[in-house]
Design a protein around this ligand. Structure first.
Ligand code: AMP
Ligand code: MG
Length: 414
């Protein structure tokens, strides 16, 4: 029984809550960009460029044909031209191409320097010696100019770009063989809790499976990090200190799950204090995710103490850890598929906290994007994240936010 005045501390609640935007800024203020490293282009997938990529030379490197046909001098229909050679992709013709000549060309083949048009095969009649033009051929028709895709020296990809397959293709076309990318942040995930069992282990009374460790490591990987093998500690002060010390040594970012409140079995905050990790905030005006802790170690390792409830852990990782991992690589934080949507249903507001509501996004018949909660929104309802396309942010306040109201969206790392 609680005697005397009702003090929030006694229930493990943060006393004052800071706004989400302020918490995120405090995190970003502590980020130091990681140094660049060079990787072979084939190893560049999902990395973040540390330098601009410029075209080494014109792409395409030479004027070439857009069609299978004949390279000719521009002119009218009805000309009978002499077949003077052939230019295939990869083997250009040496023909001079006089005005009365035609050179057979395949798509992508270099055209003779004197050619000013290409006439498609289907607009000609050829007998093996001559070619009759059956259509007018204006200047430049069906010719791809050198540098039309990329002019030599122009920036093709900006520093900070995350490299997907298309970016890698563009870098190769630009002539690159290696790329300067940010080093991957090393992320150590450490879960806490006596009640947690490894995946598939039989459960004793009061026990549950440890879903957070694998989820949070996977989210770190999605954000371009190298996730170290997740570690776990029971709710014991000394072991918590020892495990966090190891994580701090191994990683650029430590992500703790659970144990961050101030109950008798929550050892994370005292352990972090004992290890000299400086608190930057504890308690965010966010539902779910209120008891989120963030601090920085002496060597500038970032430490996140995320609440143990699985949905809270996923939401706070998405809102605070993901932007930090992006900023360390000088990249862009994950973006939601759209920035705003209209609520499909009314949602009761929380008087003190903004709510991050798991929503599906669907276009209404008039094209408006509509956000609908995926189901029960308890912070333990992990299944409500399965169908979620994004988080809809419902500002704290009184009463309800009506259906039709415009809400900002945040990306879920998934
Ligand atoms: P805590 O933040 O440690 O007070 O935990 C809050 C709730 O989240 C409790 O119901 C825990 O059992 C649950 N929880 C904590 N850590 C995990 C985890 N790694 N995986 C799944 N559930 C967890
Ligand atoms: Mg716990």
């Amino acid at each position: 029984m609680i005697a005397g005045p009702w003090i929030p501390h006694m229930l493990g609640n943060p006393v004052s809550l800071i706004p989400i935007a302020e918490a995120r800024q405090l995190v970003l203020d502590c980020v130091r960009p990681l140094p660049a490293e060079t990787v072979a282009l084939g190893a560049g997938l999902d990395r973040v460029l540390a330098e601009d990529v410029r075209a080494h030379s014109d792409v395409p490197p030479f004027a070439c044909s857009a069609m299978d046909g004949y390279a000719i001098h521009a002119g009218d229909s009805g000309r009978r031209l002499r077949l003077a050679g052939e230019s295939r992709a990869g083997s250009p013709s040496g023909a001079a191409l006089d005005p009365g000549d035609a050179v057979r060309v395949s798509t992508g083949a270099a055209i003779p320097a004197a050619a000013t048009a290409v006439i498609p095969q289907e607009e000609t009649e050829a007998d093996g010696q001559t070619v009759l033009t059956l259509a007018d051929s204006p200047e430049g028709e069906h010719i791809r100019g050198a540098g039309e895709d990329m002019a030599a020296g122009t920036v093709v990809l900006d520093a900070g770009t995350t490299l997907g397959p298309i970016e890698l293709g563009a870098a190769i076309a630009a002539g690159a063989a290696e790329l300067a990318v940010a080093r991957r942040p090393r992320v150590a995930v450490l879960s806490t809790g006596d009640e947690l069992r490894e995946p598939g282990e039989p459960l004793g009374p009061g026990e549950i499976h440890n879903s957070n460790a694998t989820m949070l490591s996977g989210m770190a990987t999605r954000c371009g990090a190298t996730a170290l093998r997740p570690d776990h500690t029971p709710d014991d002060r000394e072991r918590t200190v020892a495990r966090i010390r190891e994580a701090l040594e191994a990683a650029d970012v430590v992500v703790l799950s659970g144990g961050v409140s101030v109950g008798p079995h929550d050892h994370v905050k005292p352990a972090l204090a004992a290890l000299g990790v400086q608190e930057r905030f504890w308690g965010v005006a966010l539902q779910p995710g209120k008891p989120t802790w963030f601090g920085v170690a002496a060597d500038e390792t970032l430490v996140f103490g995320l609440p143990g409830n699985p949905v809270s852990a996923v939401v706070t990782f998405s809102l605070f850890v993901a932007p930090a991992l992006a900023a360390m690589q000088c990249g862009h934080a994950p973006r939601p598929p759209h920035r705003h949507a209209r609520l499909g249903v009314a949602i009761r507001r929380n008087p003190r906290r903004d709510q991050a509501v798991r929503v599906t996004l669907r276009a209404a018949p008039d094209g408006t994007l509509v956000a609908r909660p995926t189901g029960a929104q308890g912070s333990h309802i992990l299944t409500s994240l399965l169908a979620a396309d994004a988080l809809a942010m419902v500002p704290g306040g009184d009463g309800v936010l009506e259906a039709g109201a415009v809400v900002a969206l945040e990306a879920l790392v998934r």
